[in-house]
Ligand binder design. Structure first.
Ligand SMILES: N[C@@H](CCC[C@H](N)C(=O)O)C(=O)O
Length: 322
């Protein structure tokens, strides 16, 4: 296995270029099983400790490994270790490339904020490209990361989806069709929940039993799975527990669908600020401190898009057999 480190360096929305169902129909299982006997080259990247195995899959339209194989690679004892496996796939339409991702349990989410920063850095590194902006097709539509000269990556994450059934949640809407500060009882406590989709579903909570959340007081391992698998979230959910420091600075811990407790979640940080604005608790520009470090989030009024800025770094590279 090679060990090395490298560095690389304005961010508009969401057009569904190809639907999830269409992409699923295209999956030739033969490709995935063919990979079972061959060597896989990978690079491992992380964004605030949210870590991913990156695979250059641009020679074929389907991931060269199966969800089960991805789960095996993500195992921190028996595999490479990671919160997910991300594939750089050929472009769709006028995009530069397509991103697909498997969570560490092998499930397939629509989007990943920290992951797409890592993907942009990965493609720039292997193509030896100078800092630039990418148009990336995802199951959540068009997402546009830009590698900045200072090493950070700014991502135009598109606009949030706020209609409850589209998030999706069966919780009753409280404001038009949006679920804002709706009560949800979990493990004997009542959380106020705001539901936001960033392509993937998020339940954001700022208060429990009428009191502001204190992130250090939560047993996320105990309550996280109860949110994730709650029947009010038909596609399961990512959950963000948020403590307000000031209107422009919050602390957040996350329990991710399909990955559990992670050090950071980019789409979760975006959902946190959208929920903060809807609940009147934060400004549109807000720093979100996660266990792995800070993300800068702006929900821009002019275009309704959310811009996320944070790091993406190479950890190591290597090859493995499945
Ligand atoms: N860590 C990610 C989100 C990854 C997907 C998530 N677990 C899901 O299933 O929706 C991020 O940085 O956004």
């Amino acid at each position: 296995m090679n060990l090395s480190s490298q560095s690389v360096s304005t961010c508009p929305g969401r057009n569904l270029l190809r639907t999830r169902r269409e992409l699923m129909k295209m999956r030739p299982t033969a490709l995935a099983s063919a990979a079972s006997t061959s060597e896989i080259n990978f690079r491992k990247y992380q964004g605030l400790g949210n870590d991913f195995i990156l695979i250059d899959n641009r020679a074929s339209v389907e991931p060269i490994i199966s969800p089960a194989q991805a789960a095996k690679l993500c195992d921190r004892n028996f595999g490479i270790g990671g919160d997910g496996v991300i594939f750089a796939l050929p472009p769709v339409g006028s995009t530069d490339l397509t991103m697909r991702i498997y969570n560490s349990d092998g499930s397939e989410p629509e989007m990943c904020g920290n992951g797409i920063r890592c993907l942009a850095r990965f493609v720039a590194d292997i193509d030896k490209a100078s800092p630039r902006k990418y148009k990336i097709h995802t199951l959540a539509g068009l997402i546009q990361p830009e590698l900045l000269p200072d090493g950070q990556v700014c991502v135009d994450m598109g606009g949030p989806v706020l209609e409850g059934p589209k998030v999706p949640t069966t919780l009753e809407a409280t404001r038009g069709s949006t679920v804002v500060e709706q009560s949800l009882e979990v493990e004997g406590q009542t959380y106020k929940i705001t539901c936001v989709s960033m392509g993937n579903p998020h339940a954001v909570t700022y208060s429990v039993d009428g009191k502001p959340i204190k992130v250090d007081e939560l047993d996320v391992y105990k309550i996280g799975p109860k949110f994730e698998k709650n029947t009010v979230f038909p596609a399961k959910t990512n959950t963000e527990f948020v403590e307000v420091l000031t209107r422009s600075h919050v602390r957040m811990v996350v329990w991710e669908r399909g990955a559990g407790r992670t050090l950071a979640c980019g789409t979760g940080a975006c959902a946190t600020v959208v929920a903060g604005v809807l609940e009147g608790k934060t400004d549109r520009k807000c720093q979100v401190d996660l266990p792995g470090g800070p993300l800068m989030i702006e929900w821009r009024e002019s275009d309704n898009h959310i811009y996320m800025t944070g790091p993406a770094e190479l950890a190591f590279m290597g090859s493995t057999r499945l």
